[in-house]
Every structure is written in C-alpha cells, then in structure tokens.
Design a protein around this ligand. Structure first.
Ligand code: IYR
Length: 333
C-alpha cells in the first residue's frame, strides 16, 4: 500500500487534499498526532484513531500521542491527581493495542502547556477568537450542560498543541473537526501555519445504527469487555443485510455498525478474515478485503448471524492484549 493510500484509507475527511498529497509525497520523518483526554479504559473510538496512527507509522511518519491531561481537567473530568493516574493507564493500553513504544512519542499536555511562551500565545489567541466561535467548536466535545470559560479556552489550547508539538498533521475523529477548523482560521492570525488535518469516521451506535457510539450512552465496546461481553454486544447489534440501511435518506443517518467495525477495525489489522460456518451451511468463507465481505452480506451469501460471530472473534483478538494489561495493572496495586 503506498503512502497516500495509508494516509487516506478509512477517513471521512482530509483538510486539504492538496496538503495531504504533499505529505504523502514525502512522509519520512513527518510528525502526526492524536490527542486524547485520558479516560480509564480505551474504547472503540480511541482504537479507530489509533489504527490511523499505525497506518501513519507504516508510511514513515513519527507519531505523537498527546495524553491531554490539562484538557481533561478543563472539561471537568476530575482533579489533576485523578487524571494523571488515568493517563498512565491509558498509555499502557495504547501500547498493548499495538502502538509500538519505541516508535511512539507519548506526551502529557502539562509538560508544556504551562510554559510562559505557550500561555502568552494562548492569551493572544483568546483575543483573536469570539466566545461564540469557541463554544461552537466544542459542541461535540464538551461535557456538562452549561459551557464553562475553561471549555472556551480548551479548543485554543488544542490549536496551540499542534504548534508546540511541532506537528505536520493533526488526526482526530469527526467530532474534532470544528476545533481543527478553528485552529486553521486562528493560528495564522498569530503568524503560525494553518494545520493539515485528517478526520476518521464515527462508528454508529451498535444497537440501532443511529447516531454515534459513545462511551456515555448506549452500547460501546471497550478494553474492559470480556469475551462473553463482546459476543453478547455484537450479537445484539443492528445488522441488516445492507451497507446502506436507509438509501433514501441523503444524510445517511442510519449505518450498519457491524460492517463499519469490519471496515475500520478488522480489515486494517488482519490480512484475511475467515467466517467459520458448518459444512451443512456451505463451510468457511474467507475474505481478503472489506468490499467482498460487504458484497456477500448484501447478496445473502453471508448471513448476518455468521458475520456477527466472526466479528466477535476478531474484536476479541484486538482487545485481548489491552484487557490483560488492565488486569495486570489492577493486580499490581
Ligand atoms: N479534544 C480531544 C482531546 C484533545 C485532542 C487534541 I488533537 C489536543 O491537542 C488536545 C486535546 C478529545 O475530545 O478527547
């Protein structure tokens, strides 16, 4: 797979096409990052952006994972002590998931976000940004009902991180796009470059295929799940025999989350996917790519129940190392 394909496969949006092409033409030593508010356990959303980081490493990029402890604090996620503890555990889970420690730079936001120079730039960005713009940027990220001043500062710090970590590419889920658009507008006003950005899709709610799967509502998959939990959740998932559950709806509000997980999680990490079936039902099916599996589901060759069985097995394999890591850290306390 060439660098351009590694950069752009399974993404919803790149900003801009031309900038990403330029990076793909000369990827060696370029720096990309994702920032995460530390939370106790990795869930399937974290794993999706981590898959893109693995693609970028394969393309020759240096990869930075920002454990955004100050951002989590500003977003009301706990005290600094609580967040520091959680950040450490999150780092170990990323390594267990497959982000090679020797190739990944793990950074804490608090290492540089209190420096005088950073804070001075932050205040300059505050002068350049309306409160309503900052608030809008946070619409998919903020926790709680009332917007706090801290949550208006948050996206400006996220913009500055891109400068201070010396990055060529900012990666995030689609919920981060408004923050990145703000960064593109506002950083040039204080003489920094507009960052190049890449956004990964959001997986729909597992049970309904509507909206996005989130750790706060509905069913999600996380590293804490046992094999049985995963089987049960996947078995209960919405999986009509089609890629496009409501073809008349231009907004494509309803998705097939089982197919999404095959596309964004399983095929990027496994060369072939085997769906086991008893001989009497036609025997095993083997797929080298997502499209042929989705075609078979649509044609009826692959039954949703068999697809779910295989999905649970592969997801379990992806999660097993992180799950073992969680058990180990709990036992060690
Ligand atoms: N907004 C992210 C966390 C975050 C991301 C980046 I990229 C930063 O530079 C800082 C924070 C979240 O919603 O988890």
């Amino acid at each position: 797979m060439d660098a351009h394909e590694l950069l752009t496969r399974n993404v919803s949006e790149v900003v801009t096409e031309a900038e990403v092409e330029a990076l793909a033409d000369d990827p060696e030593g370029k720096r990309a990052y994702v920032g995460y508010e530390p939370s106790g356990v990795l869930h399937i959303g974290h794993m999706l952006t981590a898959n893109k980081l693995i693609d970028l490493q394969e393309a020759g990029f240096e990869v930075v994972v920002l454990l955004a402890d100050v951002h989590a604090y500003l977003n009301g996620k706990g005290t600094f002590e609580e967040i520091a503890d959680v950040a450490e555990r999150m780092r170990d889970q990323f390594v267990a998931y497959g982000l090679d420690e020797s190739q990944t730079e793990f950074r804490l936001g608090s290492e540089f976000q209190f420096d005088r120079e950073y804070v001075t730039d932050l205040h300059q960005l505050e002068l350049e940004t309306s409160l309503s713009r900052a608030e809008r940027a946070m619409s998919e990220i903020k926790s709680g009902d009332t917007v706090k001043v801290s949550q208006a500062v948050y996206p400006l710090m996220q913009a500055l991180d891109i400068v201070y970590l010396d990055l060529d590419l900012a990666v995030g889920g689609m919920e981060q796009r408004k923050v990145h658009m703000l960064a593109r507008d506002v950083l040039p006003k204080i003489d920094y470059d507009a960052p190049t950005c890449l956004h990964t899709p959001l997986i729909a709610d597992l049970g309904t295929g509507i909206g996005k799967m989130s750790s706060s509502e509905g069913v999600t998959i996380s590293m804490e799940d046992s094999t049985e939990d995963i089987e049960q959740k996947v078995n209960g998932a919405f999986c009509p025999p089609t890629r496009d559950p409501d073809p008349d709806d231009e907004g494509r509000e309803r998705e097939n989350p089982v197919l999404q997980i095959f596309e964004y999680h399983v095929f990027p990490r496994f060369e072939t996917v085997v769906v086991e079936r008893p001989e009497q039902y036609g025997g095993d099916l083997t797929y080298d790519d997502y499209e042929s599996l989705a075609d078979d589901l649509e044609s009826g060759e692959l039954h949703p129940a068999d697809a779910k069985g295989a999905l649970a097995t592969y997801l379990d394999e992806l999660i097993a190392p992180g799950r073992a890591q969680i058990v180990e850290s709990r036992d060690g306390r």
